[in-house]
Design a protein around this ligand. Structure first.
Ligand SMILES: [Zn+2]
Length: 183
């Protein structure tokens, strides 16, 4: 077997393994995982050709190369799998936060459809982040129940609606981190 063929195979395998390690460490790169799988597959084809074309190629060396390729493949496989697995806290979809009843869904590890409901009658609340008495006062978001004679059921201080939802998301994350949501 020629020197350059061995180098080509080795480079392909090393690149696959490195790709696997990068995928394991950097979540944002996982989208490129399928690209890397194609890459590994072409590496396997190359090895297969090598096996039959160059019979002098020693068996143990092939075995080592295959082992590396499999490690790379499994790494990528589990990286993809863990991304689609439901998080452990996927049953945590409701809680009382800032005196309001909040409900949400999980899309992977992202909170979606986050909204609040009346703690006394469970009606969907409406928000008002437009009222502000003076320039110097912080922006507030009121959550109002139309079913309870338009009473304000809760107020989040510090910003408008998107800020209020962000604050609730941060509180949900905090309760998950500290394990408070299990009590
Ligand atoms: Zn109500």
């Amino acid at each position: 077997m020629s020197e350059s063929s061995i180098k080509n195979i080795r480079n392909g395998v090393v690149a696959s393994v490195i790709a696997g390690i990068i995928l394991l460490l950097v979540p944002t790169v996982r989208g490129y995982a399928s690209l890397a799988l194609d890459w590994i597959w072409s590496g396997v084809i190359l090895l297969w050709d090598g096996l039959f074309e160059y019979y002098s190629f020693s068996g143990w060396f092939l075995l080592v190369i295959f082992a590396f390729a499999i490690v790379g493949f499994l790494t990528i496989f589990f990286a993809i799998k863990s991304n689609f697995d439901a998080p452990e806290h996927s049953e945590y979809k409701e809680d009382s936060i800032f005196n309001l009843k909040w409900r949400w869904r999980w899309s992977g590890h992202e909170i979606t459809n986050l909204w609040c409901f009346c703690p006394s009658c469970d009606a969907t609340l409406v928000y008002d982040d437009s009222s502000k008495n003076s320039f110097y006062e912080p922006t507030v978001t009121h959550f109002i129940c139309e079913n309870c004679s338009n009473t304000t059921k809760g107020t989040i201080t510090g910003g408008a609606k998107s800020y209020a939802l962000g604050a609730v998301r941060r509180e949900i994350d905090r309760r998950i981190r500290t394990g408070e949501h299990e009590h």
